[in-house]
Design a protein around this ligand. Sequence first.
Ligand code: CMX
Length: 132
Amino acid sequence: MDKIEHLGIAVKDLNQAISNYEMLLGTPCYKQEDVPSQGVRTAFFQSGPNKVELLAATDENSPIFKFLEKKGEGIHHVAFAVDDILKEMQRLKKEGYRLLSDHPSPGADGKLICFVHPKDSNGVLMELCQDI
Ligand code: CMX
């Protein structure tokens, strides 16, 4: 895995959180995007070399809705950039890690994504992402 691509932060109110992070990071949100397959609306910030993704649930079936109910707002996942997501998924599967889907799916900001179960990464939901 090459580097941390972004941190995902679950928020209740996306507009409030965007204003807050624009102030905190001192930079404007550069993109908002819906990802219907994940039940989320996202907002992205670039802070130097680092990227932050805010995630709000768009419906009650969204994993973000469940996360907010259970844990409240906070860091939801850590995403790692990979060159070849299929190869990395195969490697992890072979080592016994539980992947949360059999195939990569289109995520926000031009990525193919897949998740590793948080119980297999010491309580952190890990996302693999590859540029499309
Ligand atoms: N980080 C750390 N732990 C998490 C977690 C997270 N984001 N989400 C759930 N967990 C924990 C739960 O607290 C629970 O732990 P305990 O058993 O100790 O209470 C355990 O994982 C299992 O959780 P669950 O409530 O039984 O299962 P869920 O139905 O909530 O499913 C998960 C959890 C991770 C499998 C599911 O949320 C999932 O498939 N996530 C991947 C997709 C996703 O998160 N999409 C949104 C982001 C999309 C994007 O980035 O674009």
